[in-house]
Structure formats: C-alpha cells, structure tokens
Design a protein. Structure first.
Length: 80
C-alpha cells in the first residue's frame, strides 16, 4: 500500500459521514441540524436531553454536540 492509500483510508470523507449521520439521527426530537467541523461532525441540538441518545463517534469520526435554539428555515426576500 502506498502512502496516499494509507492517508485516504485513515481519514474518512466528512461529507459522506455527515450524510450518514443526518440520515441516522435527524429524526430525533431536538436535533436541529448536522454540519462539518474541523475533523468532526457537529450535531446541532435544541434539547440537551437528546445528547444522551447520540454516540461520541460515528464511523470513526468524533461527533460534537452544539446546543442551539430551535432553528427555523425562512424564505428571505430576494434582492432586486
């Protein structure tokens, strides 16, 4: 195995892991969103009790829970 292959195997693709985390945990009440941090996947939660239901890692990537308020999507007015 060459060094490039070793590097690619040791570092998971965070975008792919993010999609899997979102699919797995987005349905939990209190999970507001999922994002990519510096080598971690951030899970944004409005209810700190949901943190107890989440693992500390997912596919060998650390999960970082960030307490937020409720996040709502709105349509911003379009610029003229």
């Amino acid at each position: 195995m060459n060094p490039h292959q070793e590097l690619s195997q040791s570092k998971p693709d965070l975008a792919t892991v993010k999609k899997a985390v979102k699919k797995e945990y987005q349905h939990l009440a209190g999970v507001e969103g999922v994002g990519i941090g510096d080598g971690v996947i951030n899970i944004y939660v409005s209810n700190p009790d949901v943190i107890k239901q989440l693992p500390s890692t997912f596919q060998n990537v650390p999960l970082n829970c960030v307490k937020t308020g409720i996040i709502e999507v709105f349509n911003a007015p379009k610029a003229p």
